[in-house]
Design a protein around this ligand. Structure first.
Ligand code: 5GP
Length: 188
């Protein structure tokens, strides 16, 4: 997606060879116009996938997922990374290792928000090692859903997540696939 790539080149910053900072339009300040365009692009790419529900992981997946849900006229569900005391019943959880926090967390889904037979499009901001995506898939499949696809706004193609998901048979679409990061260098 050219608009997104241009924005990454203009405002993105490689914090290392592994981490891309895009907090001026995706992770902290959010450009909702750009997110709307991302949602429309996911909707176009997954138009034939029979999607019935959009699912994301808090918090940075929410903006692109909401715009995708709006474009596809579908419900959206947020998987939680921390569980409040009011969320006790009917939940399933799996441990996920956080790429950015370098620590595990319990990914949590309330099963009543995903129905057996649902075809879920899982949307997230970044795809790196695939830990978050595989954790989400695990919970969704346990809830009886099928995975229609995985959509990442940005995939770092030099990390193994995208390949691992495809090797496991999941359809993956990345709106921008970064092939190399280094100080002052971002390549697609
Ligand atoms: P994975 O689970 O695929 O290893 O990492 C994906 C998750 O880690 C995403 O939900 C995202 O929040 C975070 N993440 C991974 N790589 C980056 C990165 O380069 N920059 C930012 N801002 N977040 C990242």
């Amino acid at each position: 997606m050219e608009l997104l790539k241009q924005r990454i080149l203009k405002e993105g910053r490689a914090l290392s060879g592994q981490v891309l900072l895009v907090d001026s339009f995706l992770n902290h300040q959010v450009d909702v116009e750009l997110m709307k365009a991302c949602g429309e692009e996911f909707a176009r790419r997954f138009a034939d996938a029979g999607v019935t529900r959009i699912v994301t992981i808090e918090s940075s997946g929410i903006a692109p997922a909401a715009m995708t849900a709006l474009s596809m006229n579908l419900p959206m569900v947020i998987m939680k990374k921390s569980v409040s005391s009011i969320l006790r019943d009917g939940i399933i959880q799996t441990e996920v290792f956080s790429f950015t926090k370098n620590a595990p967390y319990l990914l949590t889904l309330k099963t009543s928000f995903v129905h057996p037979g649902d075809r879920v499009l899982l949307i997230d901001d970044f795809l790196a090692n695939g830990e978050a995506a595989f954790g989400g898939i695990h919970l969704l499949e346990r809830a009886g859903a099928q995975i229609a696809g995985v959509g990442a706004v940005i995939a770092k193609a030099f990390q193994p997540g995208m390949e691992k998901l495809r090797a496991a048979g999941y359809r993956v679409e990345a709106l921008a696939a970064v092939t190399r990061l280094a100080e002052g260098i971002i390549e697609f």
